[in-house]
Each structure stands twice: as C-alpha cells, then as structure tokens.
Design a protein around this ligand. Structure first.
Ligand SMILES: [Zn+2]
Length: 340
C-alpha cells in the first residue's frame, strides 16, 4: 500500500491528506476496500468505484476556489462516511478538492481564478493553476470515458460566494448547447433546499460547463452560502444537499420529472458587465450588497471608459459583482426572473 493511501485509510480524512500533500504527486495508488476500490489519482482527486457500478457516474468537486471551505468539508464528510462504512457506495464517484495550495493559504486562488481556466483556457499558460485545470480536465475525462454504458453523468461543482445573497443557496445551470433543461435536476435541487436556479446564457470557462459541454453531463455550479474559514461553517444548513448527494451515491435517488414554476426562483442571465479600463473603472455599490439585489432603472452600476453600465430594468438583479477583476473580465452578471 502506498504511504498516501495508507494515510487515507488510517485517518479516513481526505482533507487532512490533501492539506499535508498539496502539490501534485503524479502517481496514482489504489486499494480494495469492502465492496469498492479507492484510487488516489493525484492530490485532491479521489476515485471510488463499487464492484458493480450503478446507473449514474458522479463528480463532486469542491475547493476550485481555495477559500471556499464548506464544499471541501462536505466532500470530506462524504468520503469519511464511505470509508467508515456508514454510506453504501453504489455509483462511481470522483471526489475533487480543486486547488489545494490556495486552500492551504486561505486564498480564492494564487495566480489566476481556476474556474476561468477550463475548456482549454489553460492552454499556453504555465502557472500552477493552469496545470491544475489541465489535470482536473484529464481526471474528469478519464472518469467519464472509462465507462460508456452509464445511463447518466452528473457533476456538482460546489462553491460558496464572496458576498451575501438574497437567496442564500442557488445553482447555476450551464448553457446547454441547445439541449433541453432536465426538470428532474431542478427537483433534485428543490429537494436539496436549493430552489433558486440561474440559467446561463452562453458557454463559459467553468468546471461545470466543461463537464456539461464535453460529456453532456448534468453539471451544475452550486452556491451554498457565504465563504467562511474552516471550522466556522454552519454544517446543519447543508443537510439538504448532503441528503441528496448521499441518495445519489447510494443510487437510491427518486427523480421527479414534473416541475411547478411556483416552487422555484428561476433566473435567466440577460447581460454581462465587463471591465474595460484599469484606472477609470469603479463598481458603484456597497461591498456588502447581496447577490440578486435590484436597482432603479438607469442606476449607474459601473463607471468605466465605455461610459459604464446602467441598469436597464428595475426587475433586473445583479449576481457575482466583483470589482477586483482584470480588464476584459466580468464584473457582474445581470439576471431577470423567468419560468419554464
Ligand atoms: Zn467559488
């Protein structure tokens, strides 16, 4: 047994192992355990394969932004429950802690936002996060490609947000490249106490869009609340998503296909605010302004070289406002209510 799988089996602690070995180790190591094989593919990338794989192949990723600790603790808890024998594994699962060095330093990222480096955006870049994006793409590709008879592919990329949100938990449904939305996943989120869904309007460089676009996976970016340090997360508030993920892992999920719009806050992205200048730019809202806040028509959201962005409707809301982005990058999304 490799020393790393040895440590994992000694402590049943994926987070501790990743924290102590944050840099890529480059060699995979496997161990048979009860009714599954566990493989540490590289640091922060853990594959669990039951003897007979069920109907759904599942990727659960966390820590793509290093300081978003709650999703990492959720992954760690699920791995621990599996290794402790408390959670029966009947589907193949790939658990990921996305950016271990940034996690160790409590930073969102070191050189570049990892969640803007997928779908090949890492190509031609040599910094550590670009290499990590390539490695994560390969791990997900190998995972989905190694089995062609799976009925369903899922990827839940778990995050917490920099700022407060009018709707604390929400999921982003990536642009579907023309495919229809799947109602049953909207119900999956409703059953997970996440009834706010944001429908993306175009391709993105995110981890969830990568899995959706490349593998037609049912992939989502899931925002679970506000960023907090390790140990300060309100774990009971994640009971809903934990219950749903456990049911998926056990292959016992009972998907309901009919959707009632009244059960959801559905939003569609209608605009993107881009930063155009280094020195003439400002984002004219309070740093504490919550996601999904609305503003009066003509409110000057940003000042910038292109005259900035004025709100076009008093029902439009802003999501992910972030002034600390490089020129050419997104400052905020503008969303409006929709239905399906
Ligand atoms: Zn994030």
């Amino acid at each position: 047994m490799n020393i790393l799988t040895g440590e994992l089996f000694l402590h049943h602690d994926f987070l501790r192992l990743t924290r102590e070995h944050p840099i890529e180790i480059g060699n995979r190591c496997s161990k048979r355990y009860n009714n599954f094989v566990i493989t540490l593919i590289d640091t922060g990338i853990l594959l669990i394969e039951p003897e007979s794989a069920g109907s759904i192949d599942i990727v659960i990723s966390s820590g793509v932004h290093g300081n978003e600790t709650a999703p990492i603790e959720i992954c760690n808890l699920l791995v621990k429950e599996i290794l402790d024998g408390k959670l029966q594994v009947n589907n193949r699962i790939l658990f990921i802690i996305g950016n271990p060095p940034a996690m160790n330093s409590g930073e969102r990222f070191e050189e570049e936002n990892l969640n803007r480096l997928f779908c090949g955006k890492h190509i031609g870049k040599s910094h550590r996060e670009a290499k990590r994006a390539a490695l994560l793409e390969k791990a997900v590709t190998d995972f989905f490609d190694s089995r062609h008879d799976s009925l369903e592919r899922c990827h839940f990329d778990l995050h917490t947000a920099i700022r407060a949100s009018k709707y604390e938990k929400f999921a982003i449904y990536p642009y579907q490249d023309g495919r229809a939305l799947k109602n049953k996943y909207l119900n999956f989120f409703k059953d997970s106490d996440i009834n706010t869904i944001l429908l993306a309007h175009q391709p993105a460089d995110t981890f969830s869009y990568f899995s959706s676009h490349q593998f037609k996976a049912n992939a989502f970016t899931v925002e679970l609340g506000k960023v907090r340090p390790f140990g300060e997360n309100d774990m009971p508030s994640f009971a809903g998503i934990l219950t749903s993920l456990r049911l998926l892992i056990k292959d016992e999920i009972d998907f309901d296909d009919s959707v009632n719009n009244d059960d959801f806050n559905l939003f569609q992205v209608v605009d993107e605010v881009i930063r155009y200048s280094e020195n003439n730019f400002s984002l004219n809202i309070d740093v504490k302004q919550a996601n999904f806040s609305t503003f009066p028509v003509a409110f000057q959201l940003t000042t910038d070289d292109d005259k900035g962005y004025q709100m076009k409707s008093d029902s439009d809301a802003i999501v992910f406002p972030n002034a600390k982005v490089p020129v050419g990058h997104r400052v905020a999304l503008i969303v409006s209510k929709t239905s399906i």
